[in-house]
Design a binder for this molecule. Structure first.
Ligand code: FCB
Length: 438
């Protein structure tokens, strides 16, 4: 079945469709000694936080080896490279010079820079529980836009505020490691406010083509039982509405606004500042059922008993090395559902991340995963969803947060001893696919 799918010719995407790959600063740059610390440096220094005990102090050392990475991008033939600027590096003397050089190198190689302004590596002195962090972010954005704005193709305000809230502040398994459960909601609100203020700051600096990268995925109820459906609906609200309703329609899902701090109505006007496109990070759907009265382990995470839902296994599906189910058609379901819900409030969509973790350089499973997902994306385009681009996570094997170096999402293998990069079978496959699309 998989073989047949892979050998069928890939349908043609519309002209101008943007093909790219994504990374983030903390996961690839290294060179932690020449920047200010972030909450992730503090978190990884605490014993037991990262599964293999590693840190991102060196990671892929892209700070020093960015020329190699740009050559890999050029060889792959992508239109665009999505990377993030590290806020603590921008705050360090000469920190912006690095991004200046990187952007120049990308432009010289004919690869368009797509910049994420926040991908979880918050400066240690800041805290998303504080409202003021939102305006500090807008100041940071102005500094970056003024320096790089003449060459950056697209801007992404935030990466996955949902995961940063849930994993970092509610469950405590990512930095800054707080386990606040529902008291983490202000973190969501302040990031959304930061997004809206950043859109304004970018426009004020003359920058355009602005989006956000939110994570979404279909939520499937474990059964038709009312308690399972109710739990799934709640999870769906957290993942698929809490961070999109405010941005796209200027309001919180019912019952949520009252729980948020500050003048929520006024803030929502800022949060709903129009954007040019909407970024979706998609990996897998989630099967959700009623709480089972006990802490459960799932997908490398432990979910406390007091949560009003439990995440369940999706049976009869292959899983990646990370245990994430491989369900390509759920991407079509997600996109058609999203377009149906938001209608003309949804600007053009870009898939800002999609990918999988597998061992090995002859990574046929990754090829099958990407092939299936790109076809599923094409079905969404055929169904009328205005999708304008697709970015693979990730260019390189890198520091996968609390998993350390144990998860390999790259099209290119990284040897973390020698830092040597070796393109995998999936790199060559994607290169050929992109050539055939042109
Ligand atoms: C996403 C993150 C990205 C990477 C992938 C695997 O949630 O945005 O940094 O870790 O998952």
């Amino acid at each position: 079945m998989i073989r047949r799918m892979v050998t069928n010719p890939m349908p043609q995407f519309p002209a101008g469709f943007l093909w790219g790959v994504s990374t983030s600063a903390h996961q690839i740059e290294g060179a932690a000694d020449v920047r200010e610390p972030s909450v992730w440096d503090v978190f990884t220094a605490e014993p037991g936080r990262v599964k293999d005990g590693s840190t991102a102090a060196v990671a892929c050392d892209s700070y020093h080896r960015y020329h190699e990475d740009v050559a890999l991008l050029a060889g792959l033939g992508v239109d665009a490279y999505r990377f993030s600027v590290s806020w603590p590096r921008v705050d360090s003397p000469g920190g912006l010079d690095f991004y200046d050089r990187l952007v120049d190198a990308l432009c010289a190689a004919g690869v368009r820079p797509v910049v994420t302004l926040f991908h979880w590596d918050l400066p240690v002195a800041l805290d998303w529980l504080e409202r003021d962090t939102a305006s500090r972010f807008a100041d940071h954005v102005s500094v970056v836009a003024e320096r790089l704005g003449d060459r950056v193709a697209k801007w992404i305000t935030l990466n996955e505020p949902a995961e940063h809230t849930l994993l970092g502040h509610a469950l405590g398994v990512h930095a800054p490691g707080r386990r606040l459960m529902f008291d983490a909601l202000p973190v969501a609100h302040h990031q959304l406010l930061a997004h809206g203020l950043a859109v304004r700051a970018l426009r004020a600096a003359g920058a355009g083509d602005i989006g956000i990268a939110n994570s979404h995925g279909p939520t499937w109820a474990a059964s038709e039982k009312p308690e399972d459906r109710e739990a799934a609906e709640f999870y769906d609200l957290l993942l698929n509405r809490l961070f999109s309703d405010p941005v796209l329609i200027g309001r919180y899902p019912e019952g949520i606004g009252e729980l948020m701090p500050g003048d929520v109505e006024a803030d929502l006007k800022v949060i709903a500042e129009p954007i040019d496109w909407y970024g979706i990070n998609y990996y897998a759907p989630t099967r959700v059922g009623a709480p089972q009265g006990a802490e459960i382990e799932f997908g490398g995470l432990s979910f406390p008993a007091e949560l009003p839902f439990t995440v369940r296994e999706i049976e009869d599906r292959p899983v990646t090395d990370f245990g994430w189910p491989v369900v390509p058609e759920a991407l079509t379901e997600l996109l058609t559902g999203f377009a149906g819900r938001y209608c003309d409030r949804l600007p053009p969509v870009l898939i800002t991340e999609n990918g999988c973790s597998y061992e090995g350089v002859d990574d046929q499973e990754r090829i099958a995963y990407l092939d299936g997902h790109i076809r599923a994306l094409h079905r969404a385009v055929e169904a009328g969803v205005d999708v304008r681009g697709y970015f693979v996570w990730s260019l390189l094997d890198n520091f996968e947060w609390a998993e350390g170096y144990a998860r390999r999402f790259g099209l290119v293998h990284t040897d973390f001893e020698t830092l040597e990069r070796t393109p995998k079978a999936s790199y060559t496959w994607l290169r050929d696919l992109l050539r055939a699309q042109r």
